[in-house]
Design a protein around this ligand. Sequence first.
Ligand code: CO
Length: 138
Amino acid sequence: MSLSKLKPEAVTHVGIAVLDLEKAISDYSALFDFDKVERMEVGTEGVKVAMLSCGSSEIELLCPTREEGAIAKFVREKGEGIHHMAIRVPDVGDAIEQARKLGLSVLDEKPRVGARGAEAAFIHPKSFHGVLLEFYNR
Ligand code: CO
């Protein structure tokens, strides 16, 4: 199979780790008039999520619901802040394969299915200039 570059369709969202989801939604909404605020819980990841629509992209607020889990660990070690950047790609499985061929540290063997049925996969920040990169298909 040839190594063709991935088409980045958009910076579809930026993920932000927060300690209090409702407080964060309220603070963001005090400044910005979001058309839509969608709340969901992703039990498998141990987070509550709010997606704030932001033109054609979104802000993803992530709040830990239990002590273990990546977001809980992140806020414990680094405090609140930008956690990851998501790039929309047509096919997350293809993106994983391409990243692997480039020798990047891929955290997901295959796409994980997250909130709203979206597929996602992550690249370790150590292999991507300090950014936790998420491939996302919506
Ligand atoms: Co995300």
